[in-house]
Design a protein around this ligand. Structure first.
Ligand SMILES: Cc1cc2nc3c(=O)[nH]c(=O)nc-3n(C[C@H](O)[C@H](O)[C@H](O)COP(=O)(O)OP(=O)(O)OC[C@H]3O[C@@H](n4cnc5c(N)ncnc54)[C@H](O)[C@@H]3O)c2cc1C
Length: 321
C-alpha cells in the first residue's frame, strides 16, 4: 500500500512534533520552513563561542502528557530543571513565588531539540510558502508540491491568513483578530550585578533576564511588550542602547553592558486562541496548528501538533479533521 503523505508548513515545535509523530507511524512527511533551520520561536543564535537562545528561554509543562515528555527529554540529556537563584525586583524569591516550578532549560541547542522531534521527516529550509490549495503547498519560487493526504500549516495566525486565499471556508473560521505581543530579545554580557540566575524585573521596559547555560557572563534579556511596541520600528542598535541603559540602571552596574545580539519578535505570544488543538478543512485536507490555534506557549504548541498527528494516524485514510 502506498504511504500516506503529509506536507507541513513551519518547522517550529508544533510542526516538528506533528511531523515526527506522523513519520514514526509510517507517513511520508515533507516540512517546509522559510528560515535556515528548524526551531521557529525556539531557534538558536550561533555566537563566537557557543550558542544562545533569543526565543523562549524555558520549556515548561503544566500537565501530562507534556510533563512526561519533558522528563523523557531530561533523561536524554536535552533539558535540565531550572536551578539557581531567582530575583524578583530586588528580592530573592523561591521557585513558587517566581512561578518557575516545572520549568526546564535546554542543554542542547533548542533548534536541535526541535530538529530531533522530526524523526524521519524531510526538512526543506529556505522554502517560503506563499499559498495553500486543497492537498497542495506552493512555494515562493513557484514550485508546487501536491497530492498530499493532509496539508498542515503551523505558522502564526497573521502569517497563515494570506496563505489561505484559496481556502475561504478555513480562512473564515480563523479568528482573524488574533494579535501577537511583540518582544525585543537581547544577548548581553555584564560584570558585577546580583549573583542570580534568573531575574524577573518589575519594570516598564525590561521583563526578564536568564543566565545562559554553561556561560558565566552571558544572559538572554527580554523586553516588556510596552518596550517592544515603542521600539517596533527601531534599529537593533537603537533598541540595544535603550535596553542596555535600562539594565544598567536596574542592576546598578558600574561598567557598560555589552550587547552581542538583538532580535525583534513581532509575534512572540498570541493574545487569544481559537480553542481546541487544531482547525481543519476536511474536504480540502488542510489543517492549522500551532500556538495561534491552541494558545500561547511551547506546551500548547507541542500538544497541538501531537494531537492532530495522533488523530490522523488513528483515522488512517479518513481525515480526522
Ligand atoms: C521572546 C520569547 C519568549 C518566550 N517565552 C516563552 C516561555 O517562557 N514559555 C513558553 O512556553 N513559551 C514562550 N514563548 C512562546 C513559544 O516560543 C511559542 O509559543 C512556541 O515556540 C510556538 O511554536 P509554534 O510551532 O506554534 O510556532 P513557531 O515556533 O513560530 O513556528 C512557526 C514556523 O513557521 C515558519 N514560517 C512562518 N511563515 C512561513 C511561510 N510562509 N513559509 C514557510 N515557513 C514559515 C517560521 O519560520 C517558524 O519556523 C516565547 C516566545 C518568544 C518569542
Amino acid at each position: 500500500m502506498a504511504k500516506l503523505r503529509a506536507g507541513i508548513v513551519g518547522a517550529g515545535i508544533s510542526g516538528a512534533t506533528c511531523a515526527g509523530v506522523l513519520a514514526a507511524a509510517g507517513w511520508e512527511v515533507d516540512i517546509f520552513d522559510k528560515a535556515r533551520g528548524a526551531g521557529g520561536r525556539l531557534s538558536t543564535r550561533r555566537l563566537d563561542e557557543g550558542w544562545a537562545t533569543l526565543g523562549s528561554p524555558f520549556i515548561s509543562a503544566r500537565r501530562d502528557p507534556f510533563r512526561s515528555q519533558l522528563r523523557e527529554w531530561v533523561r536524554q540529556g536535552w533539558l535540565e530543571a531550572v536551578r539557581g537563584n531567582i530575583m524578583k525586583g530586588r528580592a530573592t524569591v523561591s521557585w513558587t513565588q517566581a512561578q518557575l516550578q516545572n520549568h526546564y532549560r535546554p542543554l542542547i541547542e533548542p533548534s536541535q531539540l526541535v530538529r530531533n522531534l522530526m524523526g524521519g521527516a524531510r526538512l526543506h529550509t529556505l522554502s517560503r510558502v506563499t499559498r495553500l490549495e486543497p492537498r497542495t503547498i506552493i512555494l515562493e519560487n513557484g514550485v508546487v508540491h501536491g497530492n498530499f493526504d493532509c496539508v498542515i500549516c503551523s505558522v502564526p495566525t497573521p502569517q497563515a491568513i494570506p496563505l489561505l486565499a484559496a481556502l475561504p471556508r478555513l480562512q473564515e473560521r480563523l479568528q482573524t483578530d488574533t494579535r501577537y505581543q511583540p518582544v525585543w530579545s537581547f544577548i548581553m554580557r555584564w560584570e558585577g550585578g546580583p549573583s542570580a540566575d534568573v531575574i524577573q524585573f518589575e519594570d516598564e521596559l525590561l521583563n526578564l533576564a536568564v543566565r545562559q547555560f554553561d556561560s558565566e557572563g552571558r544572559w538572554a534579556v527580554h523586553s516588556t511588550t510596552a518596550f517592544a511596541e515603542t521600539y517596533l520600528d527601531a534599529s537593533p542598535m537603537e533598541a540595544s542602547t535603550r535596553a542596555a541603559s535600562a539594565l544598567m540602571g536596574l542592576l546598578g552596574l558600574p561598567w557598560p553592558v555589552e550587547v552581542e545580539a538583538a532580535h525583534l519578535w513581532k509575534m512572540a505570544r498570541p493574545t487569544v486562541q481559537q480553542g481546541g488543538f487544531w482547525l481543519g478543512d476536511r474536504e480540502n485536507r488542510v489543517a492549522l496548528i500551532g500556538d495561534g490555534i491552541a494558545g500561547a506557549g511551547v506546551e500548547r504548541a507541542w500538544e497541538s501538533g501531537t494531537r492532530l498527528a495522533q488523530a490522523l494516524v488513528q483515522a488512517e485514510t479518513e481525515l480526522a479533521l
